[in-house]
Design a protein around this ligand. Structure first.
Ligand code: CP
Length: 296
């Protein structure tokens, strides 16, 4: 049976812990793996820096061959479906496809895929590799996650990162605090039991990790909120960092908008793990590719 990582729900708890251990092993490996006769295709229909480049670097470190599929000039523009495109890639010898797309339901609609699928971000709903690399970053800072509280502040409604964390922490056990202007929050009725809405000040004081999110204006239709005071109301500042727990860390999946949800001083602060998250992305994506491709 071929493996997929379409969402966190493709993973058992044991598999999540296996990926964390495997990412740790990759982070300690100083040599490249010898080239393998296995191909990974990258199909990015939305912009990306971290996810696209780190999957490619991870694949090459592991010895896999990488095909950057030409999404702008392919025969998809002549009416070929994505499902058939994946079949064509399979016939050419590709084993796994890393896909980023704006459609929340893309992976549900590709349920019969002939290739292993890795979700590199779909719509507003799933970004499993980001949630896993964030967990890897948290585990490097906290040996014990009992009673752990992850605080997420920002555009929760439009955030696939936040939603993948909701899925992930439901599996591993842990509480998530969220805070945002009400226009950027999902309906309380749609929130799972381990996710609680609170004020930004409460989130700052009670969280073990404070994750700031970008306001995704490109996904907003009409929104009843004046963003002129956003940084003052929901931005992380040095003054607010002083109210965080002594052991707490700062996360941001990126890209960040300086002067909106975060400032350069916050990115550079000793509590910040933001650049480590980018580095850890290579190790977690190496673990994911290896886990997927060892089954092909
Ligand atoms: N965090 C994240 O997905 O970043 P990119 O959009 O740059 O890949």
């Amino acid at each position: 049976m071929i493996r997929h990582l379409r969402s966190i729900n493709d993973l058992s708890l044991d598999q999540i812990y296996f990926l964390l251990e495997s990412a740790q092993n990759f982070s300690q490996k100083s040599t490249l793996s010898p080239p393998k006769n296995q191909f990974v295709a990258q199909l990015f229909f939305e912009n990306s820096t971290r996810t696209h480049c780190s999957f490619e670097i991870a694949a090459k470190k592991c010895g896999y061959q990488v095909l950057n599929f030409p999404t702008k000039t392919s025969s998809l523009h002549k009416g070929e479906s994505l499902k058939d495109t994946l079949l064509m890639l399979k016939m050419m010898g590709v084993q796994a496809a890393v896909i980023r797309h704006s459609d929340d339901l893309l992976f549900e609609n590709l349920s019969e895929s002939p290739l292993s699928l890795i979700n590199a971000g779909s719509g507003k709903r799933h970004h499993p590799s980001q949630a896993l690399l964030d967990l890897f970053t948290i585990k490097k800072c906290f040996k014990n996650l009992d009673q752990f509280r992850l605080g997420i502040c920002g555009d929760i409604l439009n955030s696939r990162v936040a939603h993948s964390h909701f899925d992930l922490w439901e599996k591993i056990g842990g509480k998530i605090l969220i805070s945002a202007p009400s226009a950027l929050l999902p309906s309380k009725k749609k929130l799972p039991g381990h996710v609680e809405v609170c004020s930004f000040e409460e989130l700052i004081q009670q969280s073990d990790a404070v994750m700031m999110l970008r306001v995704q204006k490109e996904r907003h239709q009409e929104i009843d909120y004046d963003f002129s005071n956003y940084h003052q109301d929901f931005g992380l500042s040095i003054e607010r960092i002083k109210k965080m727990k002594e052991s707490a860390i700062i996360l941001h999946p990126g890209p960040y908008n300086l002067g909106v949800e975060i400032t350069q001083e916050v990115v550079d602060h000793p509590k910040s793990q933001i650049l480590n998250q980018v580095q850890n992305g290579v190790w977690m994506r190496s673990a994911i590719l290896n886990w997927i491709l060892e089954k092909v």
